[in-house]
Design a protein. Structure first.
Length: 174
């Protein structure tokens, strides 16, 4: 019960931060977004055990992300693909520019592109760019903040990592 209360407090703080007026410059928005995502990630680890993921699955038809945990529990959440990061050539590709991703899973990525167009942020409007994995995490953090999501995940798929923002997570027994 204590963990659930702590989780609720952390998510309330993070939600409050998300509802505050956004900073006018992208660098500050990105920094605040990363800090907020770290808080949310710590809460998910503490309460849901998301640091014990054995397997992850994303169904593009339903938009559901499912984590299979080491203790047999499953955590599921609605998800959005933000983009992919290729570890071999160090490139980021936005979901909105990736034809292999279902349109309904690109909604958050498209919101970031629109924000980038309105605020003249090239990194949000260029379909593909060279960067680091930390840069990829920063894009997910901004998506989580701007789109009101509850967390982010990096799903490994060979040399490519799928960066995902997800909503409210529910635990279930198999």
């Amino acid at each position: 019960m204590i963990l659930h209360s702590s989780f609720a407090v952390i998510l309330m703080i993070a939600s409050f931060q998300g509802n505050a007026q956004l900073p006018s410059d992208f660098a500050t928005l990105q920094k605040l977004s990363i800090e907020e995502l770290k808080l949310k990630t710590d809460a998910h680890r503490a309460v849901l055990g998301l640091d014990r993921i054995k397997r992850w699955d994303l169904d593009q038809d339903t938009g559901e992300l499912v984590f299979s945990l080491a203790d047999g529990m499953k955590a599921s959440a609605p998800a959005q693909i933000i983009g992919t990061y290729n570890t071999e050539d160090h490139t980021w590709l936005w979901a909105w520019a990736n034809s292999s991703i279902e349109d309904k899973l690109k909604t958050d990525a498209l919101k970031l592109r629109k924000y980038g167009e309105e605020h003249h942020v090239d990194r949000l409007t260029q379909r593909k760019w060279v960067g680091t994995e930390d840069d990829a995490w920063a894009m997910v953090a901004v998506a989580v903040k701007l789109c009101g999501e509850q967390g982010g995940y990096r799903g490994p798929a060979g040399a490519t990592h799928v960066f995902i923002a997800f909503g409210e997570t529910k635990l279930s027994k198999p």
